[in-house]
Design a protein around this ligand. Sequence first.
Ligand SMILES: C[S@@+](CC[C@H](N)C(=O)[O-])C[C@H]1O[C@@H](n2cnc3c(N)ncnc32)[C@H](O)[C@@H]1O
Length: 238
Amino acid sequence: MSCFSSADESAHYGFSVCLLLQQYRDQLRWEDEGVVELGTGDASVIAEVVRRLPGLRVRGYDISEDSVERAMENVAGRGVGDRYTVELGDFFDQADSAGSAPVSTVIANPPYIPAPDRHIRMPELWGGVYGNDLVLALLKAGYDNVIVAVPSYADPLTTVSTAADLGYRVANFLAMGLDYGRYSSEPKVAEHIRRLCAEGRGWAGEHEYMVAVALFTRNPEVPGDRSAQLLRALQMSV
Ligand SMILES: C[S@@+](CC[C@H](N)C(=O)[O-])C[C@H]1O[C@@H](n2cnc3c(N)ncnc32)[C@H](O)[C@@H]1O
């Protein structure tokens, strides 16, 4: 087991989650309900968000023991242990456990590395053959609001169309260009990404891709639909 590490990607995730939670504070009702998180990693960026937003409570889960160990240290180090809990385990087994109050918002920078199988540098980051298995699972998990990272090389067209079929709109998003890091540049992964892009299932440059942290919602109080803009930001033709 190891711990996910990609400073730019994590910083973009944390900044975007913070901005989207602030922008849609009233509609998402996170001050009453809190939010849940799939995949804390070392928890450093979301611990910072919790510190900056005094009304925020986060229940996070990660399947990597190393990550949970580091996450607990980072959460304690930032003094937010009373509002950010981190548990070891599969998000889908635990988040809806009996006895916990209903929560309508989930946040995640989920595993999204596409590869033919999970034998990659960090198997916990495998997102299935197309990279979007975990995003699709989150969209099917019953939350009204899903704030999630969507990479350009992991079949974003299917992600957005499945979301629409399930009644979600893209309320807003923050997109950024990222260079391939240690996980995307693994030769087996990079080759697979090239194949997916050639099939029209994504976009990537020679050593770069786009990632957007998007708010998918089916909450009627949140206006608008920026699905087409999201796909264009991810370099997909629509
Ligand atoms: C891309 S990393 C993101 C970590 C952190 N949120 C960040 O942005 O720095 C994805 C994390 O999800 C965890 N993970 C993968 N599948 C999971 C699951 N089913 N339930 C909970 N965590 C999971 C991995 O171990 C990994 O730490």
